[in-house]
Structures are given as C-alpha cells and as structure tokens.
Ligand binder design. Sequence first.
Ligand code: HEM
Ligand code: CA
Ligand code: CA
Length: 269
Amino acid sequence: QGALKTGFYSSSCPNAESIVRSTVEAHFNKDPTLAAALLRLHFHDCFVQGCDGSVLIDAASAERKALPNLGLRGFQVIDDAKWQLEATCPGVVSCADILALAARDAVDLSGGHSWGVPTGRRDGRISSSSDASTLPSPLDSVAIQRQKFAAKGLNDHDLVTLVGAHTIGQTDCLFFRYRLYNFTATGNADPSLNQAFLAQLRSVCPKDGDGSKRVDLDKDSPLNFDVNFFKNVRDGNGILESDQRLWGDDSTRRIVNNYAGNIIGLLGF
Ligand code: HEM
Ligand SMILES: [Ca+2]
Ligand SMILES: [Ca+2]
C-alpha cells in the first residue's frame, strides 16, 4: 500500500469521484436508508485487515459470512459504481476506494459534513470470516470497545465520534431486546434505559415477537446525520447497550456531552 492522497485518480481516471457520487446519489434517491448501509460497510471493511475491500469478497468462508457481517447491506451500490468505473477506466479504481468515497457521499447526502477522501488503496485478496472477531459487539463494555479501537490506533474521542455514525440507520430487535425484559437475569429492564422510551420499545419488540423487526438507532432523526444520537445517549435513549454504556464512563461521557451540545461538557467538567 503506497501513500494515499486526495485526488489520486485525477489523471488516471478524472471522473472517478463523480461517477461514485452519481451512483450513490441515484441509489440514495430510491432508498435513503442505503446511506447507513454504505457507511457501515466502510467501517466493517476498515476494521478487518484495513480498508482493503476485504468485506466485499463473496466466498464460502469470507468475512461476509461472519456473524457481525450478516446484516450488511449496500453491496449492489458498490458493484454498480465498480461496473461503471470499469467501463470508463478499466482496472484503475480499487473497490476499497469506491467504498471510502461512497461512505463520504452517503454522509454528505444525509446532511452531514463532507470531507476530502485520500485515495490510492489497493484491494486485498484475503478475506476470512474468523478475522471478523476484531469487530465490536453491541454487548461490549466501554473497556472492551476502548480496547478494540485502541488496537487500531484510535482513542476515546475517535471511538465516540465514530460510533456517532449511529445517528443514521437501524438495528434488529434481536440485538437489544434482552435489555427490555430480563436484563442480566434481574427480571427487570436495563436501569439505564429511559422509562418512557422503554415502554415504546417493548411495544415494538415484544418478548417473544419477531426478532428481525427493525428499529431506528437514533429515534429522532434516523435519516439525518446530526447530533441527536448523542442527545439520545445522554437521555437514556440509546438503543444498543454498547451505545448507552458510553454515558456510564467518565471519559466517553464527557465527549458525548460535548457533541450533545451541553455547556457543562463544553467547559470540560
Ligand atoms: C462499539 C462500536 C460499534 C458497535 C458495537 C456497533 C454495532 C452495530 C449493530 C449491532 C448494528 C445493527 C446491525 C443490524 O441490526 O443489522 C449497527 C448498525 C450500524 N452501524 Fe454500528 N457499531 C459500532 C460502531 C460503528 C461505527 C464506527 C460505524 C461507522 C463509522 C457504524 C455504523 C453503523 C451504521 C450506519 C449502522 C446502521 C446500518 C443500517 O441501517 O443498515 N457503527 N452497528
Ligand atoms: Ca478490510
Ligand atoms: Ca440522526
């Protein structure tokens, strides 16, 4: 892997970034939930073997077959962009770069910030489901989340900022329903859950109901890339246990609070 730089394709494939953009836009206009899918796809690629497109490889025991990756979506958007790029500049643009550009465009289209994406990644050929164990689980404590991110050179600020991606997208009841009923065998719900929200979640995800029912990770603006996710974590309205735990640790709480726009957080208390 050589050094990455923004505009890596400016002479070899000048339209590379605009082709990715228009492809993402066309899919997004039909289904805006694909923005979340693309952002998550990029994260799951980068967290395993680096940003090398390994998550895209479709083979018997590839990463895609690992449990944390079974819910990944949006592959068709990347395939579509790659197909168009091959017609324009054959063999030039890597799938790993397409993924990184598509994630940027997805956030931008959802009303978030935009950024320049350094490009020049090369696609890897190795993809093994067992390597996906480095990915975080929704049951992880802050200590474990911190450890998994630190293994990639990422600190608490990076962790909280990146998890802020949950301002868009959804999850299955299956991944958090245990918090609503017999949490840690107490017979009660997770005490960190906001009571009013708990009642709502119980009606959407009944104890013995359909575990694949989808629920917004940010109850207030699941299609908008904004700070509501952090306000929800502050208020006990985080869906995933891993998200809500960020409020229970002094260091990550301060960062969540800052993003939520609290004065007390901004002053650094
Ligand atoms: C401690 C870290 C994290 C954990 C435990 C975690 C876990 C999860 C889980 C369990 C889901 C729901 C999957 C499903 O129901 O199919 C999810 C969805 C999602 N995650 Fe994360 N995640 C983490 C960090 C991140 C990061 C760093 C990003 C991106 C920068 C991200 C982006 C997303 C997005 C956008 C969705 C919604 C996907 C969709 O609607 O299709 N997550 N995450
Ligand atoms: Ca990878
Ligand atoms: Ca939001």
